[in-house]
Design a protein around this ligand. Structure first.
Ligand SMILES: *Cc1c(COP(=O)(O)O)cnc(C)c1O
Length: 421
């Protein structure tokens, strides 16, 4: 599901030439395709259409207001993990009754804000959170609709740092303690139980972990119902993987995933909630960068580019792979060279890839890191006083800056020197 293909020797995003964006906005910059975003959402929607489904896009994957608005216009809901994300989702026009709130550490002001907004559901992750939410709801004279996020102790087989459904992870209520948690909630005046939630990890590349989690969830629901609990929703989280390598076998298609969920929950009369993030935005964006230097090191060739780990941390944080491609299609006789592609930051971890075979590049050449739409811009920082990377949205033959690059003046005006220094 790639839509960033060279036409007449130039890499295009929809009908816009990436060189034109580099000229106007500068580099590095994230560039997203509106058509691809919408298409991914609709592929997912179709895949779950046999069920009563709420698609709550995981805002943390890419929280730009323009991206959220685009999805809101398609009828998409939101899964938020902070008060800030809640504010964004509401501002983008996602109705409160399509918002679910996940996260292990929801703070009191965040719970209050979500109660005031009237969100669809709190995915409660612990007993202390349940107790606090109940007392706030009672004080506000309202009732908080909740699901318990259950930790099913399922290994998602993904990278350590994005596996969330094992007993040793911080997320959710242990499945062995679930019955007691529902019992406790039963008599709380500020709580109304909707159902259960699970989110077992991210970039999951096969269906088996989902099948395990769904089977455990369905069993738990039957047990809870037998104990007299009203269970109407099952939130199965996000986590469906996407292809990052053009050459390798791709993770399961959304359609296969949808069929699995349907098969394992059919007949339970549930409203299913899905929280896809990466699947919607990951392959809808690239990071556009420019070669600063080509340097012959002692043992390696370094391609030093103007994007760095502060702009895209996935390779440093998750050992993630991003396909890299020049914006201008190289001549057929261009030599292939083995490069370490690195950024300017003063850390050896600021390395996007090592020993990657790429067409020979020159200083000034533009290139893209593919599949950078999810967990890219949202994790960017200003480390090394590098201004936050801008974001651009393309639709057809138009494009717009949807997050600007702050000037050094903008950055410095947030800091001050006390007069006693
Ligand atoms: C991160 C997250 C998601 C989205 O995961 P993807 O792998 O991007 O689909 C969904 N739900 C919760 C609770 C999350 O923390």
């Amino acid at each position: 599901m790639r839509h960033f293909t060279p036409t007449n020797g130039q890499m295009m995003v929809e009908n816009v030439n990436l060189s034109a964006i580099a000229n106007e906005v500068g580099t590095p910059a994230y560039v997203y395709s509106a058509a691809t975003l919408t298409r991914h959402y609709n592929v997912f929607k179709k895949a779950v259409s046999a069920m009563d489904a709420l698609i709550a896009y995981s805002v943390k994957a890419n929280s730009n207001l323009a991206v959220l608005r685009l999805l809101a216009k398609q009828g998409c809901g939101a899964d938020v993990v902070s008060g800030g994300e809640l504010a964004r989702a509401l501002k983008a026009g996602i109705p409160a009754n399509k918002i679910v709130f996940s996260g292990v550490g929801k703070a009191e002001p965040e719970l209050r804000a979500a109660l005031s907004a009237g969100i669809f559901q709190f995915n409660v992750e612990s007993i202390p959170e349940l107790d606090l939410l109940n007392s706030i709801a009672v004080e506000m004279q309202t009732i908080a609709p909740i699901a318990f996020r259950i930790n099913p102790n399922v290994c998602a087989g993904t990278h350590e740092k994005i596996c969330t459904g094992r007993a040793e992870n911080k997320f959710g209520v242990d499945i062995a303690d679930a019955d007691a948690a529902f019992e406790r909630a039963r008599n709380y005046p500020g709580i109304a139980v909707n159902g259960i939630a699970m989110h077992i990890g991210s970039q999951i590349d096969n269906l088996a972990p989902f099948a395990s989690a769904l089977t455990l969830g369905a069993g738990l629901i039957e047990r809870l119902r037998a104990a007299g609990h009203r269970i109407e929703t099952f939130d199965i989280g996000g986590g469906l993987g996407i292809p990052y390598h053009a050459e390798e076998t791709a993770p399961p298609e959304p359609l296969q995933y949808g069929e699995l969920v349907h098969r394992l929950t059919d007949g339970l009369g549930l409203k299913m909630i899905f929280e896809p993030g990466r699947m919607i935005v990951g392959n809808a964006g690239v990071l556009l960068a420019k070669t600063i230097y080509v340097k012959q090191g002692g043992a390696r060739n370094f391609l030093i580019i103007d994007a760095a780990m502060n702009d895209l941390i996935r390779p440093a944080l998750y050992d993630a792979h991003h396909d890299i491609e020049p914006v201008t299609t190289p001549a057929a006789d261009t030599e292939m060279v083995s490069y370490d592609v690195v950024g300017p930051i003063c850390e050896s971890g600021d390395t996007f890839t090592q020993n990657r075979q790429l067409p020979e590049m020159q200083a000034g050449d533009l290139l893209v890191l593919h599949s950078a739409g999810a967990y890219g811009a949202v994790q960017a920082s200003q480390y090394n006083s590098r201004p936050l990377v801008p974001e651009v949205l393309v639709s057809g033959d138009k494009f717009a800056l949807i997050r600007e690059r702050p000037s050094m003046e903008d950055i410095l005006k947030t800091e001050s020197i006390p007069d006693w220094v």
